[in-house]
Design a protein around this ligand. Structure first.
Ligand SMILES: O=C(O)CCC(=O)C(=O)O
Ligand SMILES: [Fe+2]
Length: 335
């Protein structure tokens, strides 16, 4: 049974040794919490301004690897309900969640609950301060039925986020000059709900270490501060949560598809002493083969090979554990 932090964290006064990070990995106190991560109004993307919005998205990604979207069409009420349902799930007694925590037996897993699994941005040397529920989105039968509204709320939420992701990818594809309908094929999706309980010593640990996401794009809903991004000049900045917005970042698969134009940025999560933080991330995954898309903009030759994302890339990516920023190097075409 996964040793969920949330099942014992309120009983400890000191941070257990296995969560104490080496000094160079600990978060510093001086990180600024900023409002500068571009906020993009998707309501503008229906009319003549569509081209402008597409350019705003790409520019934000070039600068930060992240943007936030508002007026995205998902109701405030559904977003709140989804957050509530997941928070309630994490606060259930551990026995209630036991079926989802049998990660080992659940290999190939449709829904699983774990803490610091080495292959999911974990490490073997020390642990990060997070629990996570990871589930697919296509089969409601695999979702928890406690809290009782879980399946209904998350079923609707996941459908709405799917639509939103298609809309954003439509804009991205236009901005990159990819052939029409480039992202129209049915892509994979997975939801990861990270839960970071209040932590006795936030200065000595992280909720999640620095990493790039491997997918095409990730859409994250957050309420409590904790997400930090590494800027081009190697400084960490904190993303101030914006109510009812989604934070959207570019994953490594999109770096390949955009032929290196869009870089995936390193990010991490810090903890705090008083408030649990729950974030809901939907990962939009490629089909199988990933390669630079043909662009109508004159781009020069492809810099990446074509490769199978699941069988070739993912084992390689997980091999990097928490430091996976260089995972794409092996898939570059050597000059
Ligand atoms: O908790 C967050 O805000 C981000 C989580 C994250 O980066 C991830 O699950 O890949
Ligand atoms: Fe991430």
């Amino acid at each position: 049974m996964a040793n969920l932090i949330s099942s014992w964290s309120n009983k400890v006064e000191a941070l257990p040794q296995s969560y104490v990070l080496p000094i160079h990995e600990r978060p510093s106190d001086s990180v600024r919490i900023v409002k500068e991560i571009p906020v993009i109004d998707l309501g503008q993307a229906y009319g003549e301004e569509r081209v402008v919005v597409a350019q705003q998205l790409l520019k934000a990604w070039e600068e930060y690897g992240f943007f936030q979207v508002i007026n995205h069409g998902i109701s405030e009420n559904l977003m709140e309900e989804a957050m509530k349902v997941y928070e309630e799930f994490f606060s259930l007694p551990v026995e209630e969640k036991a079926d989802y925590a049998k990660v080992a037996e659940n290999a190939g897993c449709k829904a699983m609950l774990y803490s610091n699994l080495a292959q999911y941005y974990g490490t073997k040397e020390y642990s990060y301060w997070r629990d996570a529920l990871n589930h697919n989105c296509d089969d409601p039968e695999i979702l928890p039925h406690n809290p009782p509204r879980f399946r209904e709320v998350i079923g609707s939420y996941s459908g709405e986020v799917r639509k939103l992701s298609k809309f954003i990818l439509g804009l991205v594809s236009e901005g990159l000059g990819l052939e029409e309908g480039y992202f129209d094929k049915e892509l994979g999706r997975r939801m990861v709900i990270n839960h970071y309980p209040p932590c006795p010593d936030p200065g000595s640990t992280l909720g999640l270490g620095g990493h790039c996401d491997a997918d095409i794009i990730t859409l994250t809903q957050q309420k409590v501060y904790g997400l930090q991004i590494l800027t081009y000049d190697e400084k960490w900045i904190g993303v101030e949560p914006l109510p009812n917005a989604f934070v959207v970042n570019c994953g490594l698969a999109l770096t390949v598809i955009s032929n290196g134009k869009l870089a995936s940025r390193v990010h991490r999560v810090v903890t705090n002493k008083t408030q649990a933080r729950t974030s809901i991330s939907t990962f939009i995954l490629p089909k199988d083969v990933v390669e630079p898309g043909k662009s109508s903009l004159d781009d020069g030759p492809p810099i990446f090979k074509s490769f199978n994302w699941y069988t070739e890339f993912m084992p390689h990516y997980f091999g990097f554990q928490s430091d996976n920023t260089a995972a794409l190097e092996a898939f570059k075409i050597k000059a």
